[in-house]
Design a binder for this molecule. Structure first.
Ligand code: M6R
Length: 614
């Protein structure tokens, strides 16, 4: 999604802004721009369609910017096409006010009409330009309405979501930022401040940051900052330590973030479990849930909600909570749940799963359930994110930053955390310490077992090469591995642009079997589990129609070799934990398919890392 980076200090802003934009590239974008207040006293803007490299070349050709106050943005189009005119920063039409914005101004149409009536001339189709113009309209320093006050007044008029940074050539040493619904952080350096929508763009310059809450406005100068609400009530800022290390967000020896993160999984899962499994007592230690353990034990129903990959993890969570904790569960797309007038009875718990903690639909579903009285829990990766702060309690994944747009290590982290939550509740409800300790011991084996799957990467690449020309694939699984099949299909389509569908293996007969023709690749998750024999029957059905079966099977299974065209082996793992290993060959298969088809794995077309708009 869109990215913001801004700088105020004594260094040349341009290089810091460009470096920040590059760190934000992973979020997905289609144009970029920068505005700097130059030594001539004017705000200069440069924008380009496409990659940050295009912007960089344009700036270089124009001699570059020299000033030390500037704002920059990567845009992912929502209102208006991908054009230079629609790229940010946007300016007002009179006063040299420039603004970058993440989010959506919902009442932009009526504001635009009003501003046009006041004589303003618009040059873009965006909602953001309306906000720049409105701030300009309200700006009146002679009457005491300086940039800070004009921003506050404008934000009182808008509905929607925003993270903004605003500069003005009449107040060259001032930068004003604000948020509602979209994340924004202010990194505190030595005599300088770096504002960004994402900590990864800050950590090269600052180890401490101010986090903004909704409706906060911060006025920054080189000497300090003032935090207030949009109604100008002064606030004490919350300063937090930035825990990220630069190495965690750099590629190192890997060619792509996605591959790096697939290979990180053994270690990220070790970190995820660290200090949380007390095998002697047979209990899981989840500090974030302790305060609500009584409510959780007494709860009558858990509603899991999420989008995309996080939804697939949540679906596995539903199986785990029912199996281990014997609690009724349901799992639903957050985008559907929020508009369905859901019935929330007493004792309901809503559990939101999200890597970024910023997904708009997941956040809205969570708020809807909370407003109807549910206890809210989060399974989140990004510390301090909006969902993490909005929930009553939660558990962080602790798998480190996920930069790849295609989610991999967050998925296994989410499944691992959901397994621990299921054990946490199960132990307090029905499960014996011995049974719980047994599952914990199995969980601890998972990282080593994933390493064994990673060792088969060459074979996975060769299998992918055989089928990569085919444009339609099916992914089938049952039980715990039905969500894994969905995840395998999502991975393949989002980075290789191959059409893929995932579904329960038994559903195939009810229609999709009509798709199977000679050589169509059909991936079966066919590990040894309670439904193994049934999956073999489904494999026969595909084979007899000419489909090419690629089976993810348990090491040592010789029978499957006579049925499948190709077999990708994974170690033997108890059924409830099996998605943690069966998903890994599917991640690698998708990665190789995208590379073989010549796509940029880390910048898939049309996709954003975190979807902060509806
Ligand atoms: O940040 P979240 O986990 O809430 O994101 C949810 C989805 O947008 C995300 O998982 C998406 O489906 C990924 N592109 C999948 O790889």
């Amino acid at each position: 999604m869109c990215g913001i980076i801004a700088y105020i200090g004594s260094k040349r802003a341009e290089s810091i802004l460009l470096e920040g934009l590059k760190r934000l590239e992973y979020r997905g974008y289609d144009s970029a721009g920068v505005a700097v207040i130059e030594p001539d006293g004017h705000q200069h803007v440069c924008r380009a369609v496409g990659r940050v490299a295009n912007l960089e070349s344009k700036l270089e050709a124009a001699g570059g910017f020299k000033g030390s106050v500037g704002i920059a943005h990567t845009r992912w189009a929502t209102h208006g096409g991908v054009t230079e005119a629609n790229a940010h920063p946007h300016t007002d039409d009179q006063l040299g006010i420039a603004l970058v914005h993440n989010g959506i101004i919902e009442n932009y149409a009526s504001l635009r009409t009003y501003l046009k009536e006041q004589g303003h001339v618009f040059t873009s189709e965006t909602d953001t330009e309306v906000l720049a113009m409105l701030i300009g309209e309200l700006y009146d320093p002679e009457q005491g309405v300086d940039l800070e006050k004009a921003v506050q007044a404008a934000l009182r008029e808008v509905t929607g979501a925003y993270a903004i940074v605003v500069t003005c050539e009449r107040e060259p040493g001032v930068m004003v930022c604000a948020r509602k619904g979209s994340p924004l952080l202010i990194g505190i350096g030595a005599g300088e401040y770096i504002v960004a929508s994402d900590a990864s763009a800050i950590i090269a310059h600052a180890t401490q940051a101010i986090t903004l809450d909704d409706y906060n406005v911060v006025k920054i100068t080189r000497e300090g900052f003032r935090t207030s609400t949009v109604d100008d009530v002064e606030l004490s800022p919350k300063v937090m330590k930035l825990e990220l290390e630069l190495g965690e967000i750099e590629l190192g020896a890997f060619s792509h973030y996605m591959l790096k993160e697939i290979y990180e999984q053994p270690n990220s899962l070790r970190l995820c479990m660290k200090g949380r499994l007390d095998k002697r007592e047979g209990t899981v230690v989840l500090g974030g849930l302790e305060e609500f353990s009584k409510e959780l034990v007494r709860s009558k129903r858990v509603i899991l909600t999420a989008q995309g990959t996080a939804l697939h993890a949540a679906m596995i969570g539903e199986y785990l909570l029912e199996d281990f904790a014997k609690i009724p569960c349901e799992c639903e797309y957050a985008s559907e749940f929020r508009y369905r007038n859901p019935i929330i009875e007493e004792g309901s718990v809503v559990l939101a799963v999200s890597q970024s903690g910023e997904t708009a639909d997941t956040l809205a579903a969570l708020r809807e359930a909370k407003s109807r009285g549910a206890l809210s829990l989060g399974v989140i990766n990004v510390v301090g994110s909006t969902i993490a702060r909005d929930t009553d309690a939660g558990v962080y994944l602790r798998v480190g930053p996920e930069i790849g747009v295609a989610s991999t290590k967050a998925f296994t982290g989410q499944v691992m955390v959901l397994t621990m939550i299921a054990l946490f509740m199960a132990r307090r409800r029905f499960m014996s310490p011995e049974a719980s300790a047994r599952v914990m011991a199995q969980l601890e084996q998972i990282p080593d077992l994933i390493e064994r799957v990673l060792d088969t990467n060459d074979q996975i690449r060769k299998v992918t090469e055989k089928h990569v020309e085919r444009d339609n694939w099916l992914f089938l699984g049952r039980g715990y591995n039905y969500p894994t099949a969905l995840e395998g299909a999502l991975k393949l389509k989002e980075i290789s642009y191959i059409h893929a569908e995932g579904m329960p293996a038994a559903e195939m007969k009810h229609g999709p079997i009509a798709l199977i023709d000679d050589g169509m690749p059909v991936v079966f998750i066919a590990n040894q589990g309670p439904q193994y024999d049934k999956v073999l029957n489904n494999i026969e059905e595909v084979r007899s129609r000419g489909g090419h079966v690629i089976a993810v099977a348990t090491e040592g299974d010789k029978q499957i070799e006579s049925l499948a065209e190709d077999v990708l082996y994974v170690p033997d793992v108890p059924e409830a934990l099996s998605p943690l290993v069966t998903v890994v060959p599917l991640q690698l298969l998708a990665y190789h398919a995208a590379i073989l088809r010549g796509h940029d794995v880390d910048k898939p077309r049309n996709l954003a890392k975190s979807v902060t708009v509806e």
